[in-house]
Design a protein around this ligand. Structure first.
Ligand code: ATP
Length: 362
């Protein structure tokens, strides 16, 4: 196990800055996901950890040791890419054995470890098969096995599941988490898929435009996003974000939700934070599943524009102006398209953001 410290890391390509001053501590044995949209700098960060790219500024430390200038082969990292690097002329067994053979491990030990990892990844029936004939799903499983077998202190995975089908991806999410629990490696996992990050990671580093936006546990980034980007990027559907203005009323500080023609109360702690922040234009945020149906005359009265029944849950689309809202209910909710729904949001689940900077008010 090894900790990784990214210390003021910067990467430029000519005049373009792909990564802006990234500071991140990845703990021993931690599963850290680097999550963000395409082009945000995830792979660039990963390539620098692996030693395939040198930082333009800053340092990468493994257990406090400076890795600048240390070649990839000497860093003790295993790397699995989106496009599996498998020797197609070799059998599954030989692919798995390769990393151990080149480091001179005894053949009886190689045999024991190949069989163990094949068993773990359900590759045992294919051990003798030539790799060239394997399906994409199995090839990716083999690529993971081939890197995992050498038990690197740090395991880097860059979008390893993006080419496999949805059902297999779900299986692999569980297996990768088991793999990491078993070997207790420090794992860094690059993905643009929030479901992968949420289900597997101990902590998530959310990135956008080469800037680290937030680091936290999956629940933390979900419940308490630092800014509007994280609030809208995490969660499916994302957080409802409604333009509003703070105003005083006989109920204390409220948010005037101009676009929706309604105002909403704030709990005492949030009202105090909002007063302290001294802002007026805010974004009123709440998770779709935090909305409840209320009686007519209470809450926000919104036209129902679409009822999306997706099995376990029902997503109700509300509002017809510039400000649209989604609410998630159980599948037996009785809401009809074309009617008006009354939506209440418990003040404790409201999140407020500064409309100018996008930063969370808390
Ligand atoms: P994706 O999932 O699409 O790979 P990413 O978040 O991993 O996205 P990076 O691959 O790290 O993003 O790229 C970040 C930015 O840096 C992109 O705009 C990309 O075009 C640019 N970039 C990456 N490598 C190079 C390079 N060798 N030369 C010039 N620009 C580069």
């Amino acid at each position: 196990m090894t900790s990784i410290h990214l210390n003021n890391l910067v990467k430029t390509f000519g005049a373009f800055t792909a990564l802006k001053t990234m500071d991140l501590e990845i703990r021993d044995g931690e599963f850290m996901a680097l999550l963000g949209p395409s082009g945000c700098g995830k792979s660039t960060t990963m390539n620098m950890i692996a030693g395939m790219e040198e930082p333009s500024e800053g340092k990468i430390l493994f257990d406090g040791r400076d890795m600048n200038g240390v070649p990839m082969g000497r860093r003790g990292v295993g790397f699995v890419f989106q496009n599996y690097a498998i020797f197609t002329h070799m059998s599954v067994y030989d692919n798995l054995a390769y990393g151990l053979k080149v480091t001179g491990v005894a053949s009886s030990e190689i045999d024991r470890r190949v069989k163990a990892i094949a068993d773990f990844l359900q590759l045992t029936p294919m051990l003798k098969q030539p790799s060239a004939k394997l399906s994409v799903n199995i090839l990716q499983r083999l690529a993971i096995g081939r890197s995992a077998i050498v038990e690197p202190a740090i395991f880097l995975l860059d979008e390893p599941l993006s080419n496999v089908d949805a059902a297999f991806r779900a299986v692999m999410r569980t297996e990768l988490k088991h793999l990491q629990r078993q070997f207790r490696q420090t794992m860094v996992y690059v993905t643009h898929d929030q479901l992968e990050a949420m289900t597997m990671a101990d902590r998530i580093a959310v990135m956008d435009h080469g800037v680290l936006q937030q680091v936290g546990t999956p629940l933390d980034v979900y419940n308490n996003p630092n800014n509007l980007f994280v609030a809208s990027f995490i969660g499916s559907p994302g957080m409802n974000l409604i333009k509003g203005k703070l105003a005083d009323s006989d109920r204390g500080l409220i948010v005037d939700l101009g676009g929706l023609g309604r105002s909403a109360p704030l709990d005492a702690a949030l009202a105090a934070a909002a007063r302290k922040a001294g802002v007026q234009d805010v974004i009123y945020g709440f998770r779709p599943e935090r909305a409840t149906l209320s009686a007519a005359g209470e809450g926000l009265a919104l036209p129902v524009t679409f009822v999306e029944r997706i099995g376990a849950r029902t997503v109700v689309h509300l509002g017809d102006g510039e400000q649209r809202v989604k609410a998630v209910f159980d599948n037996d909710v009785s809401v009809e398209n074309g009617t008006t729904a009354h939506i209440a949001v418990e003040p404790g689940s409201v999140r407020l953001f500064d409309a100018r900077s996008g930063a969370s008010i808390k």
